[in-house]
Write a protein of this length. Sequence first.
Length: 145
Amino acid sequence: MKGSYALVCNLEEPAEFAVGKLGVKSFDAGYYIYFGSALNGLENRINRHIRSDKKLHWHIDYLLERAIVKQVWGYYSCRSLECKWTNTAISVFNCDVPVLKFGSSDCIFCAAHLVRVSNMSETTDIREYFEKHIMRRKFDYVKDV
């Protein structure tokens, strides 16, 4: 099934590493939310992201070599919501964009599809806001990893 998803990740220590064609980037320790869509199979995409044995392809793959996925949100829909979610996290919650074009190199609407949040509890506030104001229903699933 098609849909959109969010990966809530924790980077325990600051890190600097190459992120595909974006080059070498610096990341502060802390919590990040990556917003994505999978219009060819939501669960397969999410399972691929949380696997450790994979070829580095997307920007998030490079971050996930060092960060730990703590939670996954999945939402079945024929339309992609990653841009709406990202821009809402930035505008409503003042989330930082740690690396320009991270996850959005092919997107003309977004600065990035990765945001940095101040703590894990803020991710719950963001998720609940999305459910109430954007989707008007709960995520189809929220899984702790």
